[in-house]
Design a protein around this ligand. Structure first.
Ligand SMILES: [Zn+2]
Length: 400
């Protein structure tokens, strides 16, 4: 809400700035004109020099008053904006943890990263310069490439995206989830290419394209891809007249939006980044979700025992997070089958690490402090909410 007000105020001030400057230029033009007229009348002798100068003096004074009045109005609007910004920042500071001083250089870097990540390259460069950060064009380059491809996708140009995939598929150190997502993206792009051909009525080309690009094991063996390929081939019967046919759904623009979204996810993952900007996720979690949850926690006890139960605020999937735990002993991220466990000394290890540390007699010594305990004293920690785990039906969950 503060940002909305800020935008409205900024809009008002910038409009005011434009009208003020136009007004003042008009006033000065009028003044110049009266000087020229006075010069003319003095030359022709129709007015005495003293009389003309007196009139000019009055006119100049009037113009000065008018200009300074409109400038004052503009300044008071500008002041309002300034006060609003100061007020909002005070409110933001309330959320800061006591005793935590932000490192400005780190914050500036995070802001620059965010601006490049969301494709605001000019503003990012300006910010980098003004913050005195070392210019690092290599930070922008991968995002520039990503946005070039996205721009082309907006124009329904698929070649840059397909070329990008072909180049990326040669990456040697790709893990299985990355290569699965890449195959999915390639499939969606080929599908869109086929839809374009179907729209143009190119029947023979469609069949040839499927043979050339989709006749590969990872698409043929994929259950939903195989079905989709059959569906696209059946649509050849309606090539050139898809609209109103049983295959009209293929013309839905949402397919293009989904492909762009998938491309962003794959391209970010290729850079070792999550699909959302870190700063955007932090702000959404800390500035939107956390205060709401804090209020909920504060109010909930008051409703306990009453008839109306206070509902947990519903944030939607983009604001649902789950923690991850990496076991310091086995150096692996815990999973539902190997969950983290809390020792009585409050240190946490993975279940398999604890199992391997248990000595004869059932006791184990904590690797991080002198305490020892029995296996029974360790408590399993549940970090995973299975209803939130990413799957085909539920939207992806952001990891922090
Ligand atoms: Zn310990």
């Amino acid at each position: 809400p503060q940002l909305d007000t800020f935008e409205a105020l900024l809009d008002r001030v910038s409009k005011k700035q434009k009208t003020t400057s136009a007004e003042n230029i008009g006033l000065i033009d009028a003044l110049i004109k009266s000087f020229e007229e006075a010069q003319g009348s003095m030359r022709s002798g129709s007015q005495s020099v003293l009389e003309a100068l007196g009139q000019l003096q009055t006119k100049t004074k009037q113009t000065q008053d008018l200009c300074s009045q409109s400038y004052k109005d503009y300044l008071s609007d500008l002041n309002g904006l300034q006060k609003h910004i100061d007020g909002s920042f005070q409110e933001l500071q309330m959320y800061q943890t006591r005793g935590w001083a932000p490192d400005n250089a780190v914050c500036d870097q995070v802001i620059s990263d965010h601006l490049y990540r969301v494709g605001c390259f000019d503003i990012g460069e300006l910010h980098e310069r003004e913050a005195g950060l070392k210019e690092n064009p290599s930070l922008q380059q991968p995002f520039k490439e990503m946005y070039q491809v996205l721009e082309e996708l907006k124009k329904k140009e698929l070649k840059p995206a397909l070329d990008w995939c072909a180049a990326y598929s040669k990456t040697p150190e790709m893990n299985s989830s990355q290569s699965n997502r890449l195959h999915e993206l390639q499939f969606q792009l080929h599908k869109l290419q086929l839809i374009c051909m179907l729209q143009r009525g190119e029947k023979g080309e469609v069949i040839q394209y499927v043979q050339e690009h989709l006749n590969v094991p990872h698409h043929q063996a994929h259950p939903s891809h195989a079905t989709e390929i059959r569906r696209l081939l059946s649509a050849v019967l309606w090539a050139g007249r898809l609209e109103g046919s049983p295959y009209g759904g293929l013309l839905n623009d949402a397919l293009w939006t989904e492909a762009s979204y998938l491309f962003t996810t794959v391209a970010c993952s290729a850079l070792g980044l999550p699909k959302d900007s870190n700063l955007a996720v932090c702000l959404a979690a800390g500035y939107l979700a956390l205060p709401t949850l804090a209020k909920y926690a504060q109010l909930r006890p008051k409703f306990r025992g009453t008839q109306c139960e206070l509902q947990m605020p519903d944030f939607g999937p983009e604001l649902q997070f789950h923690s991850t735990f990496a076991c310091p002993v086995i150096q692996q991220v815990s999973t539902p089958t190997n969950p983290p466990m809390l020792l009585p000394c409050q240190h946490v290890l993975s279940q398999s690490a604890i199992n391997s540390l248990v000595k004869a007699g059932g006791r184990l010594k904590c690797p991080y402090c002198p305490n020892d305990c029995t296996h029974d004293q360790c408590i399993t920690l549940h970090l995973y909410n299975h209803s939130l785990s990413p799957s085909a039906t539920s939207p992806p969950v952001t990891q922090v």
